[in-house]
Design a protein around this ligand. Sequence first.
Ligand SMILES: COCC(O)(O)CCCCCNCCCN
Ligand SMILES: [Zn+2]
Length: 663
Amino acid sequence: MGTALIYDEEMTKYKLLWVDPACKIEVPERLTASHEALVRNGLADRCVSLPVREAVDAEILLVHSEEYLEAVKQTPHMTLEDLKEFTLQYGDVYFHPNIYHCAKLAVGSALQLVDGVMMGKVKNGMALVRPPGHHSMRSAANGFCVFNNVAIAARYAKQKYGVKRILIVDWDIHHGQGVQYCFEDDPSVLYFSWHRYEHQKFWPHLRDSDYDIVGKGDGAGFNINVPWNKVGMENSDYLSVFCHILLPVAYEFCPDLVLVCAGFDSAIGDPEGKMCATPEIFAHLTHLLMNLAGGKLCAVLEGGYNLTSLGQSVCQTVQSLLGDPLPPLTDLSGPCRSALESLQSVRAAHRQHWSCLKHAVDLPTSEISTKRVKLSGEEAKEQAEEEQSGTEEKIWAEPLKRVSPPVCSAVVLPDDVVCPDACERLGSAEELNPHSLILKKDFLKDDDPLTAFSRVFSLIERMKKNEIRNGLALVGDVTMAMTCVVQHVAAEDNSRILLVCVGNGNIPSHIKEDGKTLVVQISCENTVEQESKYYVPVCLKKSCTDSSGFLQSVFSVLLPLGYQYNPRLVLLVRTPGSEVCDGAWLQLTGLLQSFAQGHTLVLLQEDDKACVDPTAAVLLGNPAPPLGQLQASPTEDAEAVERIRSRLKDDWKLLMTAAPENG
Ligand SMILES: COCC(O)(O)CCCCCNCCCN
Ligand SMILES: [Zn+2]
């Protein structure tokens, strides 16, 4: 199934007709710049173009009041003076004779996207719309928004498709208070938003945007606000929040549908956000959400005012939706102090609502107050400079091309194992099939193990040349294969292998110390080994059959380590007796494609042949199946993971979730 793209130039046909400094950044060129970037990069043609349509009254009334809709209906016939007058009753928004029409198209675009995804016409998609939506409220326009496109889409999905749980991720740099107010008492819609806040000094200056506003009544816990109290947040800060807050909670919640308020004013260069995260970050944020809800993800454009970073960020998002390899994220130096303070405040505020956070070992919130922090003279000066520096033109490198290798998944199998779906038996290399390359190999009977492994080595060589994206090998002795592969690859001087070993099985010690291999072993064996910087044993009492403990260790330990280590190859090994339940294994296979541009080599023991097809399906880019709502993981497992994090956080800053006590 493909990726939908919804866009119509009609939505460019309204603009600010008078002087209003607060609104002048919201220009039609935002939409044309986004669409043209997709066209220029050959991405629009790879999408399924779905037509826009106007939303009808009943759909708009899912969120807005009749009187508000009636009032907006009058605007097309208004004179310029009337429009100005009408606009004055709302904040930071403007009206235009054609904006009502465009607002109906924006809502209709979001609904078309929901229909396409829910009816299985497309796997996921993006709607490029204007006016944006996440600030508009039941009876008020606000912040360039007229109708709340995403909030209406959520209500529509519940009403028309009986969707039980919806996750809304709002990565726009402003707080979507309109969405928050719409669902604050609704446990079926989990709203997550990060936003520039600066202790309420930043627009819209709401106390309701702070981290301790968690939802009301039955909705308590289903509203997550992550305030950024400083500008200049970087990729590390965003990734830390995904790994240590959003992903654990999202997997516990287990949504049936993911909606994204895709605002790109959170990217570097944006005049509103003044952040420093690069456009590539959206490739990763999108990918990290794509194994939820069976891949059903609808992204709807919100803000974004630097036309260059906006275009690049939209392309990064759509390329991930299309399944292209992810770009590397370099120099992840770890979250800044202010981000850590927000991180621990949010985790503390939600500890009682989410079992994945119950054992979070962070400073109690009382250490971090939200009232205006008394800035020392030095800090005040620094902050003033920061603001000042905000005016200087930020520059950043254009994202690298994300090229899909001609072969997606190469599979090395003994004769008696049936080929996975979408793979074909292959005679010789010439008949290379665009999807998969099967090096028919009989590991069982081959008398010379090295020859046997030569097939795997050639697979790795072709990955290095980016002829193949990932691979899977079913071998007679997976531990020996693992050792041979690591030795073979580590022989290169600039190799960096992330070895993820699921299950017991002792890792030869020489692998652990060479620094060219980072080993994370998730098993149920109480490994006597003390962990070191490059050898991280995670032992789960309830063994790996407990998905929640397994996934919590993936989110809070493995992903942060992987991002910071930035490997060139990921070796994912499932040793015998690992018992890890397949769902968690498949989620891990999907999530690990964040690294090494998707160059993952999976090694399975030959009696794990039942694992081949589902694993190959995920390697081919299909979403891993949902796990169901996750239960609390055993206390000792959660505490074990916390202990590892706190012991290794000096070596790996992305493991941090609390501001260091000293100064
Ligand atoms: C959903 O719309 C996308 C958006 O969140 O980017 C809208 C931002 C409105 C920003 C308004 N600034 C007012 C500044 C007053 N001194
Ligand atoms: Zn915004």
